[in-house]
Design a protein around this ligand. Sequence first.
Ligand code: SAH
Length: 194
Amino acid sequence: MTLLIAKWIWALGVIGWFVIRYPHQRRSRRTPKQRRAGGWREIVLMTISSTGLGVLPLIYVLSEQPRFANYPFSAWQGWLGAGVFAASLWMFRRTHKDLGRNWSVTLEVRQQHALVTGGVYSRVRHPMYSAFWLWALAQALLLPNWIAGPAGLVGFGTLFLLRVAREEQMMTETFGEEYRAYMARTWRVFPGIY
Ligand code: SAH
């Protein structure tokens, strides 16, 4: 495993991510909404997240900038990063399949929204965010730069921390006792940990 291969794995992972999401993105535009997104706040959070997971690592991959933050690459971190990225793509695909039409890129409720509690949603209530955490971790492992590597953890972490409680509140307002009971029997992101 060389640095060049690690960069390619990162790039292919991101492309894979978009390929998985694309059909869901298209369908989501046509699925009517009952409750719309929370405006500016969500737009700012999604910008921060995509800067950390997309813009900064892309600049590094193309130009090795910011150079002062580079450190020597080791093959083990590349292999580990590749494995974690593969796991995140698998999980991302599963969550999109399980959520189906109920998915939104932001906080919204569809007109005929169904609460999904099966498949990868049976033990964890935010498995798509688990997939994003894994992606961010894979980036930190694949890119040996102290800024571009961890940028995904910081960027997605900001979105996650400022969104997840509001999402659970929105789901509780929509599904009431059903969602409370679901929360009581599931983990948030990683079973057994959090
Ligand atoms: N937080 C979830 C979903 C992310 S997509 C995850 O990480 O897997 C965000 C949208 O999914 C929210 O706007 C909400 O409408 C919807 N959603 C979240 N949890 C859901 C569930 N268990 N069943 C159905 N829809 C859900």
